[in-house]
Design a protein around this ligand. Structure first.
Ligand SMILES: NC(=O)C1=CN([C@@H]2O[C@H](COP(=O)(O)OP(=O)(O)OC[C@H]3O[C@@H](n4cnc5c(N)ncnc54)[C@H](OP(=O)(O)O)[C@@H]3O)[C@@H](O)[C@H]2O)C=CC1
Ligand SMILES: N[C@@H](CC(=O)OP(=O)(O)O)C(=O)O
Length: 362
């Protein structure tokens, strides 16, 4: 069993980590961290639990600590669900102390040497940290600190169907996405207020559109010849336009997307559906415990996917696509649904850790 720490353990993402780690065969919870408001309290008392699953017994009596590296020194991996106002300094301290940090926060996603990972899409980008750790071990370092960033949750759902399509049919040069994002995505402190979201749609999520437009290009981009720096796709190779909305859904981000392939003629609708259905993510091939059996579920019903009905496919690690059809402006349009706190956040972190463990990095 590897020992796992969770930073921001009381938040929306942190609570999902607690659920997903509760019965995990490879990782056990060894330390929980949050703000000084929570530190010193048992998890049961520190947290305002908002999940529909009951709080796991094994978390209840763990005493939450302050997010200091010394409190997590015994951890093989540390998952971060920290508020981004604090994540930057805390995660830096942890990596410098030799800890392996897998972060949900946005702070380091654009660093040229930090992998930005959606584990069902671009686990090959983990080679950059694999190489770093190998070199550090060869140099005699006992604990090589490393940082892996998890993408923005809407970006995770967006890139999942793009990856197999690009692999098979070449670059996508134009892409639009309009999101309908769940309230759990906004976190719990303070979270979206009832009056804002009930009987309403808020057509603005701060910073979200820019993150989707930028992160997509890093995730679908390349690594330089030296194997140490990421080279995102350039704007002339791929134009991405996102519009983001908050809707009254508890979990699960829906995205209406349209895309055009650079190569002409484009494939047929049936070929696109077949390619999506047949895609098997590398984590599944590696035998990772949490990897979805079916990476992308393609539905034929005209009124699916729907968040409440489809977000838990493959325990939230699978992505669901429906309404795949021709687009009279670009080539194709479709609706994508992904669980924002599982494959868009905590689940992604755990699947990344499973991949790193399988590769003997942690
Ligand atoms: N929710 C989602 O779907 C997604 C979230 N993210 C990112 O993940 C991170 C966590 O998001 P989310 O769970 O939604 O946020 P929440 O607001 O729900 O949780 C924030 C967490 O950070 C802790 N925290 C706040 N201030 C401090 C501090 N000064 N020192 C240490 N810990 C502190 C809080 O602890 P306390 O309870 O003690 O205040 C809490 O555990 C963010 O960076 C977010 O952008 C990424 C993808 C998806
Ligand atoms: N902004 C996302 C969640 C989030 O926190 O994303 P990021 O980690 O990219 O800031 C949402 O509201 O659904």
């Amino acid at each position: 069993m590897k020992k796992a720490g969770v930073l921001g353990a009381t938040g929306s993402v942190g609570q999902r980590f607690i659920l997903l780690l509760a019965d995990h065969p490879d990782f056990e919870i060894a330390a929980l961290g949050a703000s000084s408001r929570s530190a010193g309290k048992k998890y049961l008392e520190a947290v305002s639990w908002k999940q529909t699953d009951l709080m796991p017994e094994n978390a209840k009596s763990i005493v939450v600590t302050e997010c200091k590296a010394e409190n997590f020194a015994h951890c093989d991996v540390v998952f971060s669900g920290l508020d981004s106002d604090y994540a930057g300094a805390i995660e830096k301290e942890f990596v410098e102390a030799g800890l392996a940090v897998i972060s949900n926060a946005k702070n380091y996603r654009r660093e040229p040497d930090v992998p930005l990972i959606v584990p069902i899409v671009n686990p090959e980008h983990l080679s950059v940290v694999e190489n770093k750790v190998k070199k550090a071990r060869e140099a005699g370092e006992k604990k090589a600190g490393l940082l892996v960033c998890i993408s923005n949750c809407s970006t995770a759902g967006l890139v999942a169907p793009l990856k197999p399509l690009v692999e098979k049919y070449g670059p996508i040069d134009l892409l639009t996405a309009t999101t309908l994002q769940a309230i759990s995505g906004a976190g719990f402190s303070p979270g979206v207020s009832g009056i804002d979201v009930l009987d309403n749609i808020v057509p603005y999520i701060s910073g979200e559109e820019d993150k989707m437009e930028w992160e997509t290009k890093k995730i679908l981009g390349n690594i330089n010849d030296k194997g140490d720096t990421f080279v995102p796709l350039s704007a002339d190779k791929m134009k991405v336009s996102a519009q983001c909305n908050r809707v009254a859904v508890s979990d699960g981000h829906t995205e209406c997307i349209s895309l055009r392939f650079a190569q002409r003629p484009p494939p047929s609708v049936e070929e696109v559906k077949k390619t999506l259905s047949e895609y098997v993510c590398d984590a599944r091939k590696l035998g990772c415990y949490s990897a979805p059996k079916q990476t992308i579920h393609v539905l034929e019903e005209p009124d699916r996917p729907q968040p409440r009905l489809d977000r838990n496919r493959d325990a939230g690690y699978g992505v669901t696509v429906g309404r795949v059809r021709e687009d009279p402006v670009l080539d194709f349009k479709m609706v994508v649904l992904s669980h924002n706190t599982v494959i868009g956040a905590a689940g992604a972190g755990i699947l990344i850790a499973e991949i790193l463990k399988a590769k003997n990095v942690i």
